[in-house]
Design a protein around this ligand. Structure first.
Ligand code: ADP
Ligand code: MG
Length: 210
């Protein structure tokens, strides 16, 4: 059946599960970034997610939005670099969109992905097709909106499907942003590292709410 909504505590626990899954996936993210970038994405995300776990353990949150905002702040201040800014923005902008909500419902999680994606695009300047995390985020947000789900668990099924499809589609894109840009057509065939992270994040959220 899956959860209708998530409480503040459940939302926090879901983000701890996300942090654990990303930390566990460090070798996968390292390999993905080694293929197309400089190989530091796994270690950077691991550092960010350790900071997230610390932040989530040390504070009480008045709303579900503030949980996501704390995730973004922790990533931004611990990771540095391009991905610290963009992943931090994802959760900060996403959380801001529902900042006073006391439960996370279907519309809330869709708003997190929609506003988070817009924040990333504004901040980082990547457009769809540039072979970045945006190529997993945008289809995730759009799938969530289109599903018009009744429950948070249904919304997350659509969001995770969209993220996974977007990650797969990024294999057929030629990088035009960041470090992978110099590879040109050699960037074909492999998924963008940030898109791999987004797919793992969305799948972990889906499994938590199931
Ligand atoms: P860095 O690029 O500083 O080495 P990471 O390796 O941790 O940082 O992260 C790389 C990922 O960050 C890319 O795979 C891409 O998905 C994402 N990324 C980097 N710059 C941008 C940007 N301007 N807009 C959106 N995503 C970006
Ligand atoms: Mg890198």
């Amino acid at each position: 059946m899956g959860k209708e909504t998530l409480s503040i505590t459940e939302t926090r626990d879901m983000m701890v599960a996300v942090a654990d899954k990303i930390i566990e996936a460090e070798p996968i993210l390292t390999d993905a970034d080694r293929a197309l970038g400089d190989g530091d994405h796994g270690v950077g995300m691991e550092r960010g997610m350790n900071a997230v776990k610390e932040a989530l353990a040390s504070e009480e949150f008045p709303s579900v939005g503030k949980v996501f905002m704390a995730v973004g702040m922790a990533m931004m201040s611990s990771m540095g670099g391009a991905s610290g800014a963009v992943f931090g923005t994802l959760f900060r902008s996403g959380g801001k969109a529902i900042k006073d909500a006391e439960v996370l419902d279907a519309a809330g999680i869709v708003a997190v992905f929609k506003e988070g994606t817009e924040g990333v695009m504004t901040r980082g300047g990547a457009k769809p097709g540039d072979k970045t995390m945006v190529d997993a985020l945008l289809p995730a947000a759009e799938a969530g909106e289109k599903a018009a789900a009744a429950t948070v668990s249904e919304a997350l099924v659509a969001i995770a499907d969209g993220a996974e499809a977007g990650k797969e589609a990024s294999k057929d894109m030629i990088a035009t942003m960041g470090r992978a840009k110099t590879l040109g057509e050699k960037s074909l065939g492999k998924a963008d590292a940030g898109a791999v992270s987004v797919a793992i994040i969305a799948a972990t959220m889906r499994d938590f709410a199931a």
